[in-house]
Design a protein around this ligand. Structure first.
Ligand code: DGL
Length: 270
């Protein structure tokens, strides 16, 4: 038994889709969530910056006594996994790229997989490396969809404009005949209606949030590190940006569990 919280971090509110999946799968576990809203989004940033920010956040989470860190951000997972793992020998680190790739490789029938993500995620080549690492005979087609994040944050997940944008971004993936598409960005599960509508019924959508939560479950099971069964969990949400904004936007991503949000700047940098 291990009463400590699971540390989860993201560039802002997007990682709350991963927190949601963690809470659904492990309702007794406490979550300590850090959203770097003051410095996010990470998608348009350079990988060196994201490595620095991610390291600072991981150090903070370790200092708060988490039992595991989940990098709930595709951009940070792509650019900073090794840097975050270097922060502590004792705290295991999970990320969102590999779990999604594993699920996609299992799901594909025609061996053609697509992934959509931020500019940083796509340019990092992290998904290409993860697919190559499976040694499966599959091809991967990537597309950056940077403006999707803006639409989700504005709450615009339906309507002509977002469908049109979806058609534009997803056209190369349709042309490549992918039958499985990884939603390689924390915001995209909120656009799965649009993405499914544009891609059609035959394309399987893979959410990295659900797959990552299953990995976290497996790790806690292997380590015997779940909390007491009937202890009620305590979730804490911390933002480097405006707490009220985080709470308002975060409720859309997570639901009512969000409660009060604390503000905290890391590294003194905005
Ligand atoms: N959380 C980010 C990701 O999954 C999306 C938002 C951002 O660009 O920071 O890549």
């Amino acid at each position: 038994m291990d009463e400590r919280p699971i540390g989860v971090f993201d560039s802002g509110v997007g990682g709350l889709t991963v927190a949601r999946a963690l809470i659904d799968l492990m309702p007794n576990e406490s979550i300590l969530y850090f959203g770097d809203s003051a410095r996010g989004p990470y998608g348009p940033r350079r990988s060196e910056e994201v490595r620095l920010f991610s390291t600072q956040i991981a150090e903070f989470l370790v200092s708060e006594g988490v039992k595991m860190i989940v990098i709930a951000c595709n951009s940070a997972s792509s650019a900073a996994l090794d840097a975050v793992r270097a922060v502590s020998d004792d705290v295991p680190v999970l990320e969102v790229v590999l779990p999604a790739v594993r699920a996609a490789v299992k799901a594909t029938r025609n061996r053609r997989i697509g992934v959509i993500g931020t500019a940083l995620t796509v340019s990092s080549g992290a998904y290409d490396a993860a697919v190559a690492g499976t040694k499966e005979n599959v091809s991967l087609m990537s597309a950056a969809c940077p403006r999707f994040v803006e639409f989700v944050e504005r709450g615009e997940t339906s309507g002509e404009e977002v469908v049109e944008l979806g058609r534009e971004y997803l056209a190369p993936l349709q042309a490549a005949d992918v039958d499985t598409l990884i939603l390689g960005c924390t915001h995209y599960p909120l656009l799965s209606g649009v993405i499914h509508f544009v891609m059609g019924h035959d394309v399987v959508l893979i959410s990295s949030a659900d797959e990552t939560a299953r990995d976290a479950y497996a790790l806690l099971t292997e380590r015997g590190a779940f909390r007491e069964k009937d202890g009620s969990p305590e979730h804490r949400f911390i933002s480097s940006g405006d707490a009220a904004l985080f709470q308002a936007l975060g409720t859309r991503f997570l639901g009512p569990e969000i409660g009060a949000v604390q503000e905290r700047l890391l590294g003194g940098v905005r």
